[in-house]
Design a protein around this ligand. Sequence first.
Ligand SMILES: Nc1ncnc2c1ncn2[C@@H]1O[C@H](COP(=O)(O)OP(=O)(O)O)[C@@H](O)[C@H]1O
Ligand SMILES: [Mg+2]
Length: 292
Amino acid sequence: MDISDKISPPIDEQLLLLSTELEEIKEKFIQSDKLAFIGKLTTGIIHEIKNPLNFITNFSKLSQELTEELREIIDGAGDKFDEDAKADFDDVLSMLEGNLTKIRENGERAQRIITSMLAQMHNKQEVVFTPVDLNKLIEEFSKLAYQGIRGNDSEFNLTFKTDYDSSIGLVNIEFQEISRVIINLVDNACYALNDKKKRLQGDFSPEILLATKKLDGLIEIRIRDNGSGIPQVVIDKLFKPFFTTKPKGQGTGLGLSLSYEIITEVHKGKIEILSKEGEYTEFRMLIPSNLG
Ligand SMILES: Nc1ncnc2c1ncn2[C@@H]1O[C@H](COP(=O)(O)OP(=O)(O)O)[C@@H](O)[C@H]1O
Ligand SMILES: [Mg+2]
């Protein structure tokens, strides 16, 4: 050991060290404040652009159907147009269809990016409970998650069944956090349904049930799929951070641990899993109805 280790540095050096440490702490505070601000801003922006994006993809789909109709009208017009004019129409229509496809595909791509950003972003510092139409939130964000999956695999289809309790009215919740839970759970359900569909090849109708219910002092939310189910030995590990059974690049193992935290810590509620391997999985959540 060096003898100098045993001798304390002079007081002015100690002060200097202390002040640089203080500077570092201050900088960290500023950084985390900035991060929180950026997080808040981004979530705000995402919510603002979600609806216009829906318009873009929906209207491009509708316009594509209109070009098909136009094609049929021209085809059915018999000899009102000569062959040259028909060929010109055809050229323009093909270009129009190509453009619409690009608009739709890119709109869907942006929707996918938004979905995954919303699912990941978690702004712990800013917990704000507001009265929310919970049924509408569940409906909207399930569709968003489903569109996200379909963007990667347009072959994938499922039927949503709903059993909303309209008497729940407005529920005091943290809007963004619960949106994230819905996206994560529906995303997982879609994956499990797709997985089962690929294995069964054909003879299977993928379904997701979305349900709410008013109980005594509590609101119950259920999200149930008839997908691949979960083996009993795995169930206990599901809420652990980084636990995933998905191939590398497809799963982070964070969706359920995040959802668990949001339901149990932020909302002081409960989340439980009911599942039978190969048959179904249900996530049942209970949230106190008098929060905030
Ligand atoms: N609806 C479901 N059906 C079957 N398995 C599920 C379902 N939801 C979650 N799981 C299982 O839980 C694991 C963890 O989920 P999650 O925390 O969202 O991480 P990730 O989706 O990134 O794997 C998944 O890898 C999967 O094995
Ligand atoms: Mg997941």
